[in-house]
Design a protein around this ligand. Structure first.
Ligand code: MG
Length: 431
């Protein structure tokens, strides 16, 4: 149906986005979008998906190389946007390698095939976990953005449609590792000010004077008492109906994990996160069997393969893949669906940006077992997060939910100019 493609692809694309821009409020967007049938009807006018080709991939790093942003360019002026975090230090050349080896010249709509070619092509280069998978994640996410823009549908629709319109989030607070009273005060402030119904605090503290030494991660009795006092203060401050998560960052040994989980039982946690290192899922399973405190893990597991053992062992009550690390949005959905077969709820980790948050929200909308998504208090305190991306409509409701964007693709784009001043020095920025 090539004849139906507008002669000026550029003007077609402009109209496409001006339509999205007109619906500036979430409510307007929601009512203007009637679903898959309407989008299929529009598809031949939007682009010629079968003729799409990847022409270039560029990237930028910010936050001291904590965050990788990629843009995938095509021969039809459609650009895909994606992000990865954590395991992306020093990966500029990995992005370029994957672009040259597996992507440029390919049709970007074959997402699963391209993902599998990158993964299998990297089996001896570290494609099981870590940096290689993080880079794949940013690329895979940008491919979903292209597919949505090419077909005129939101990513959640491409993932099979949505179970829900709004994604409940919990706030990772800035109130960790503080005196109990201050932790409680900050928890209450976040709940009252932003409408969050769940909060998270860190209780692992390398600087605790009651630690045996900085390398031993047993837990001493005074340390345990400090942790209990902190979480008791948070529970007291927020009341019985707000969910509380507690993060240990995978630091403790197994006996310590058991003691911490047991000590926090009276506070009805939503979960205790990564009590022990991620490398030993069986240790999670033994801790889980020892306590009524729900155990959560997954932010340092990669690809569906990397999660399988945890489910087989019954290691977690809640699974928390990071969708900016674990392999991408399709991979996140596969992990959620695998979790669902083990009756485990899905609560993605998220330390990215509004692009990462909205990318994750599309997956959360499209799986039945979604529980809650992470949100960061620093979004409210650091103007950088507004400068580095663009989007229309609200990002967060007053009661702590992300309304999933009803626009083609992800609905949040990289603002290259706004991001430039934050670029990590010494690394080419979108060149
Ligand atoms: Mg964590």
């Amino acid at each position: 149906m090539k004849a139906q493609i507008p002669t000026s692809k550029k003007s077609s694309r402009r109209n496409f986005f001006s339509k999205a821009a007109l619906g500036v409020s979430g409510a307007m967007l929601a009512t203007s979008y009637d679903g898959l049938a309407e989008s299929i009807e529009k598809t031949p006018k939007a682009s010629a998906p079968s003729d799409l080709k990847i022409t270039d991939i560029k990237c930028g790093f910010i936050r001291g190389e904590h965050s990788l942003f990629v843009k995938i360019y095509t021969n039809q002026d459609i650009v895909g946007h994606g992000q990865a975090v954590d395991g992306v230090y020093g990966t500029y050349y990995v992005v370029n390698h994957l672009a040259q080896r597996h992507l440029i010249g390919q049709n970007p709509l074959n997402i699963h095939r391209l993902q599998e070619e990158m993964r299998r092509g990297g089996l001896f280069k570290g494609a099981q976990a870590g940096m290689y998978v993080c880079v794949m994640t940013a690329i895979e996410t940008a491919l979903w953005d292209i597919l949505g823009k090419a077909l005129g549908v939101p990513v959640y629709q491409l993932l099979g449609g949505k179970f829900r319109d709004n994604i409940r989030v919990y706030c990772d607070t800035a109130g960790s590792r503080l005196e109990p009273e201050e932790m409680g005060r900050r928890a209450k402030e976040d709940v009252d000010k932003y409408g969050f119904t769940a909060v998270k605090f860190d209780i692992d503290d390398r600087g605790d004077p009651n630690k045996l030494d900085p390398y031993n991660w047993s837990v001493s009795i005074p340390e345990l008492r400090r942790m209990e006092a902190q979480i008791a203060a948070v529970r007291e401050a927020v009341g019985p109906d707000i969910d509380i998560c507690v993060d240990c960052h995978g630091r403790f040994d197994e006996a310590a994990g058991m003691k911490i989980a047991k000590a926090l039982e009276p506070y009805n946690l939503m979960w205790l996160e990564e009590p022990v290192p991620a490398e030993v899922p069986a240790s999670y399973a033994r801790i889980r069997a020892s306590t009524t405190t729900p155990i959560c893990g997954g932010e340092n597991w990669y690809l569906t393969y990397g999660f399988r053992e945890a489910f087989e062992l019954g290691a977690v009550d809640v699974i928390m893949p990071d969708l900016q690390k674990c392999g991408g949005l399709g991979e996140g959905q596969r992990i959620a669906n695998l979790a669902n077969t083990y009756n485990v709820p899905f609560a993605p980790h998220m330390v990215a940006s509004y692009l990462g948050a909205m990318s994750s929200a599309h997956v959360c909308a499209a799986v039945p077992n979604f529980l809650i998504l992470e949100w960061q208090i620093y979004f409210h305190k650091n103007e950088m997060f507004n400068e580095i991306v663009t989007f229309d409509g609200p990002m967060l409701t007053e009661d702590g939910h992300i309304p999933v964007k009803n626009v083609p693709g992800i609905g949040v784009e990289i603002n290259e100019e706004g991001m430039r001043k934050y670029a990590s020095p010494g690394i080419p920025f979108f060149k």
